[in-house]
Design a binder for this molecule. Structure first.
Ligand SMILES: *Cc1c(COP(=O)(O)O)cnc(C)c1O
Ligand SMILES: [Zn+2]
Length: 418
């Protein structure tokens, strides 16, 4: 395993030992999220990337030597990670770039990249003998925790959601057997209550941007991209951003590999936000500090990237600043347009928040942020089956015909001449 050297506050550099702090920096509060750091020189001498490449563990646990977990510790049995990385020449051609890869994280057990964080947090809970793990969310994070949690009988899952949350989303949590608390209040009330109960009851919180182990779970997506490209990296990795945890994890994975000398450069990391939920894009553009970001109303159809105050804002700004990257924004109309287009060019059906990266790459190429001779990896963070209603809005209806072959032929003639 990778022995934790320190937990380091992203805001003030405050340093803590592994068991000193569980969530954020006591000095800097909620914005002072922590990095889990290792003794990279020691790791360099004790682990070998070829050994990892030879591993027959086809899940994110193939990277146990780079994760804060003991090699013999029990982990959730569901198969998270080691998702496909597709070379997609038609996407490259359409976007006008040299090469495009698609990392399909919709292929995870509950259909999103969030499974990577949930499996890590549950493994940590098992190691620590904690019997209840909790989060406040209605989206993919809650589904991931409920699903992975159902595979671990030793641990109970409690999810706090605002009472106004869509019933269909809550149904998935209940199907997995999670206890769902419908809080009569806002999402923030649910979040604060969840944290308070975790503290009081000794539960473990998986909340986004609070628990540093979530970043370590999410970093495995970058470890995979590098390994799948034979330990090299694309020029650009493009990620959609809401609370900023995925982009932070993406950065951390490449950061660790770079520290180990397993890759020879950091990719530029480009974050994509919806125009109606673009706090981080705004902060980046105006050179703001994470501490100065204020809550701003968020409206976008891409619900998985809707965030009024990104919880992982400090790490999310750093990911872009330190890699010479950028934030771009895309409109809801561009996202809807990208949805079927991306699916038709790649065979990957992704949810609106995920295909935002396709629209974002388009924007970045048009504005010269990405050059035509560069290679880009588009992170597809969630399956299109998560939001079939939006997909329906993005396409025309089928062709209505009489039940005979002549009708089929005449319909086909029409389609083909269109
Ligand atoms: C959560 C999520 C995002 C955004 O991740 P953040 O960590 O909130 O920035 C993007 N796409 C999908 C599908 C997600 O579930
Ligand atoms: Zn601090």
């Amino acid at each position: 395993m990778a022995e934790i050297k320190e937990l380091k506050c992203v805001i003030g550099g405050c340093s803590y030992s592994a068991d000193e702090v569980t969530y954020t920096c006591p000095v800097h509060g909620e914005v002072g999220t922590l990095d889990i750091l290792y003794d990279y020189d020691h790791l360099k001498q004790t682990i070998d990337r070829d050994e990892i490449s030879a591993s027959r563990v086809m899940t994110s646990w193939r990277y146990k030597p780079l994760l804060p977990i003991h090699p013999d510790s029990k982990v959730p049995p569901l198969s998270v990670g080691w998702t496909p990385l597709y070379d997609t020449p038609r996407i490259a051609e359409e976007l006008g770039i040299r090469q495009a890869w698609v990392k399909d994280d919709g292929a995870n057990p509950t259909g999103s990249l969030k499974d990577r964080a949930s499996t890590m947090v549950l493994a940590r809970a098992l190691e620590k003998g904690i019997s209840t793990v909790s989060t406040a969310s209605t989206g993919n994070a809650a589904a991931a925790l409920a699903g992975l949690g159902a595979s671990v009988p030793e641990i109970d899952i409690v999810i706090f959601v605002p009472v106004t949350a869509p019933e269909a989303k809550i149904a998935q949590l209940l199907v997995y057997g999670a206890t769902v608390m419908l809080v009569e209040g806002s999402y923030d009330d649910a979040f604060d209550l969840c944290m308070e109960v975790c503290e009081a009851e000794g539960w473990y919180s998986r909340n986004t941007g609070v628990n540093p182990f979530t970043t370590e779970g999410k970093k495995t997506v970058s470890l995979e991209i590098a390994e799948q490209l034979n330990w090299s990296v694309p020029d650009v990795v493009i990620v959609s951003v809401g609370d900023g945890s995925i982009i932070s994890g993406t950065y951390k994975g490449f950061h660790d590999l770079n520290k180990l000398g397993w890759i020879d450069k950091m990719p530029r990391i480009i974050g994509v936000q919806a125009e109606g939920s673009s706090v981080l894009a705004h902060a980046w553009k105006n050179n703001m500090k994470a501490e100065d970001i204020v809550r701003t109303e968020a409206i976008t159809l891409a619900d998985s990237i809707s965030s009024e105050l990104p919880r992982d804002r400090a790490k999310a700004l750093r990911a872009v600043r330190e890699t010479n990257g950028q934030y771009v924004t895309v409109s809801d109309a561009e996202i809807l347009e990208a949805l079927p287009k991306f699916a038709q060019l790649s065979g990957v059906f992704a949810e609106p928040a995920a295909v935002a990266t396709y629209a974002g790459t388009q924007r970045a190429v048009q504005s010269g942020v990405i050059n035509s001779d560069e290679s880009v990896c588009l992170l597809m963070t969630g399956s299109g089956l998560k939001d079939v209603r939006r997909a329906q809005e993005s396409v025309a209806k089928g062709i209505r015909i009489q039940p005979n072959i002549d009708a089929v032929r005449s319909a086909l003639t029409q389609v083909r001449t269109q």
